[in-house]
Design a protein around this ligand. Structure first.
Ligand code: MG
Length: 264
């Protein structure tokens, strides 16, 4: 099923989205998606859905309106992307035995059709990254790769918006990746039973990522792991192409849908 967070009469609400994406059947889960994931992870049943309402794009929120944890992110996880940035971001990166992992602060998450603010006073190299993101269901620590798929609740889309100049100059990526509004997410979460996780061209597959991130660190229900961008980012173009106020970025993943954000 597809589970969306949306605004209804000014308040955040959770619901099941129809196949055509135009209607939503509200679920009575006061704590939102996090509470639903915890309920289902404990063996509870999906609550009954109410009558369908029209779902306007403008009403969609990020799947989790309030995150309690940073977003886990993976850098350099597609062969073609590693190649396109081999002379810039990944210039000094050693041969890769382990995934590169960083985080984005939870406050930078915005909805699937919200505005992204270009911080023109801080950076003039704003770029996008189109990513499949995993939503953790059952939490755990030291999750083995053979068990990893059982810990996935579902999948969503993330735009890992990045200030490239800031990313590169600090050696460490959190600053250049965590500007306000730099993590559009949505349009909803597709549950894992409906999707085969794509792994073509990935350097580290999804079970490896879950195994890595959970080493010595407990993952909790609702944690999100963005799995890295494929090739095609602005920095990899010749010459590089940066985002400006007025641009729109649309990211679509088969089996999920799309997010579409206006940069201002
Ligand atoms: Mg990324």
């Amino acid at each position: 099923v597809r589970i969306a967070s949306f605004r209804r009469d000014g308040a955040p609400c959770l619901g099941l989205v129809s196949d055509d994406g135009r209607e939503v059947r509200p679920l009575d889960v006061p704590g939102g998606l996090l509470s639903l994931i915890e309920l289902l992870a404990q063996g509870g049943e999906m609550p009954p859905a109410a009558a369908a309402l029209p779902l306007e794009r403008a009403d969609l929120l990020a799947p989790f309106p309030n995150f309690r944890r940073n977003i886990w992110c993976v850098g350099r996880n597609y062969h073609a992307h590693a190649k396109e940035l081999s002379s810039s971001v990944f210039k000094d990166a050693p041969a890769q035995a382990w995934p590169m992992v960083f985080t984005k602060v939870p406050e930078c998450v915005v909805g699937p059709h919200d505005e992204v603010r270009v911080p023109g006073d801080v950076s003039d190299q704003i770029d996008y990254e189109a990513e499949l993101a995993i939503v953790i269901g059952q939490g755990g620590r030291n999750i083995r790769r053979d068990d990893a798929m059982r810990h996935i609740f579902g999948y969503t889309i993330v735009n890992d918006v990045t200030a490239r100049d800031v990313q590169v100059r600090h050696q460490q990526w959190d600053l250049g990746k965590s500007f306000d509004t730099f993590c559009p997410m949505g349009p909803w979460v597709v549950t894992a039973d409906e999707m085969d996780a794509p792994t073509a061209d990935m350097i580290f597959d999804i079970p490896s990522l879950i195994e890595t991130v959970s080493r010595g660190i407990t993952l909790y229900p609702g944690d999100v792991i963005a799995t890295g961008t494929p090739a095609g980012v602005g920095m990899g173009m010749q010459p590089p192409r940066w985002l400006r106020a007025g641009d729109r970025v649309r990211i679509e993943i088969d089996g999920i849908g799309f997010i579409d954000n206006h940069f201002t």
